[in-house]
Design a protein around this ligand. Structure first.
Ligand code: AMP
Length: 355
């Protein structure tokens, strides 16, 4: 168990780091974070912030020297950055990042563990795309293999004609057949270094424009039916990676069973409801896991819960939400610029009646 007063280093400076640091402070730890210069809202709640490039070896060494344990809140931290840190201080093996940074490697890994991803093919050229469209059909989605998030680096292809007209982005891609699903859901778990695993209830997730808009609990009968198989896969993933902390796997609930979409080796937007809605939040349990503290209960505390993201300029008037009935819980991330499509905050509403 890491003693109170120890320092947790966080790679990444966004809202996930900010909420992790807030949970860590409550447990008597201090946090410092490291990310390239930018609107790093984690800095507001960290004792120190290193605004340096990912490849700045001197800054990384200075950061690591101050940390008792190091975690990440962003899955695209370059592997070379993580490799430059003392391995004994990393809370979780870097293999989790390696797999999650590459959509093809991730799908291969999931398939080897018995999971089912969407039908897909690697696309590095126009000929590859033509072959993929022949083999998999349309509609589908072309995604960059690396660095896409919140619907960025993705192109919907409705027909062969549309596919033929598309200008490839010049980086390796994967073409995925469009999955016909009833709903989307996520499995969020926390794993301790001892191998103990706990799951939160799975929310139904609604996306708009490729980006999470809302998470709802309870998720409905179909998710209830499929969550067992999805959890079994998630637990295998966590064990295979020697994972420590919070891990999220996203699924499509289809008539044929759960289809794996993607994984995030970190706390996840679809788990924000756990702050007020569960016995222990994903943020606190992540901190507990990486510091070797006993894990907290994950039970859902309310009959129904809705978490909704606050996007772009909507944040400017977000305080008005506090006047709405039902005691909404507002979280604003303190981002300086309310750009369109940017996650600025979220609001969680809980219902006490029967679900
Ligand atoms: P991703 O960034 O890959 O998680 O994609 C973001 C969102 O786009 C997903 O949560 C889905 O709503 C949608 N999406 C992505 N891939 C597919 C697919 N193969 N079939 C259907 N919907 C998809």
């Amino acid at each position: 168990m890491l003693p109170p007063g120890s320092t947790i280093g966080i790679l990444g400076g966004g809202q996930l780091g900010r909420m992790l640091a807030m949970a860590a402070l409550q447990l008597g730890y201090r946090c410092i974070a490291y990310a390239p210069p930018g609107d790093n809202v984690a800095a507001d709640v960290c004792a120190d912030f290193f605004a340096n490039r990912w490849d700045d070896a001197r800054a990384l060494a200075a950061f690591a020297a101050k940390c008792d344990v190091i975690t990440w809140e962003f899955e695209n931290v370059p592997l070379a950055t993580v490799a430059a840190l003392p391995p004994e201080r990393l809370a979780c093996p870097a293999r989790a990042l390696e797999v999650a940074q590459d959509r093809l490697a991730e799908k291969r890994f999931i398939t080897e563990l018995g999971g089912t991803p969407a039908p897909h093919a690697r696309v590095a050229s126009e000929e590859d795309l033509a072959r993929a469209l022949d083999a998999i059909g349309t509609p589908g989605i072309l995604k960059t293999v690396r660095e896409g998030y919140d619907g960025k680096g993705q192109w919907r292809i409705g027909s062969r004609l549309e596919g033929a007209a598309l200008r490839l982005p010049g980086v390796h891609c994967v073409y995925e057949g469009f999955v016909t699903y009833e709903t989307e859901f996520s499995v969020i778990l926390v794993r301790a270094a001892s191998g103990e695993v706990r799951f939160w209830d799975s929310p139904a997730n609604h996306h708009e424009g490729g980006m999470l808009a809302r998470s709802i609990l309870p998720a409905g009968a179909l998710v209830e039916e499929q969550v067992g198989a999805a959890r079994a896969l998630a637990e295998k993933v966590a064990a295979a990676l020697g994972y420590v902390g919070v891990l999220c796997l996203e699924f499509f609930a289809t008539r044929a069973g759960p289809v794996f979409n993607e994984m995030a080796p970190r706390v996840h937007n679809s788990g924000h409801w756990t702050i007020e809605g569960a016995a222990t939040s994903q943020f606190e349990n992540h901190i507990r896991a990486i510091c070797g503290l006993p894990l907290g209960g994950t039970k859902t505390r309310f009959a129904s819960i809705e978490m909704r993201n606050i996007i772009g300029e909507e944040a400017l008037a977000a305080h008005q939400i506090l006047a709405e009935p039902g005691e909404p819980h507002l979280h604003l991330y303190g981002k300086r610029e309310a750009r369109a499509g940017r996650k600025m905050g979220h609001v969680t509403r809980v219902g006490h009646g029967p679900a």
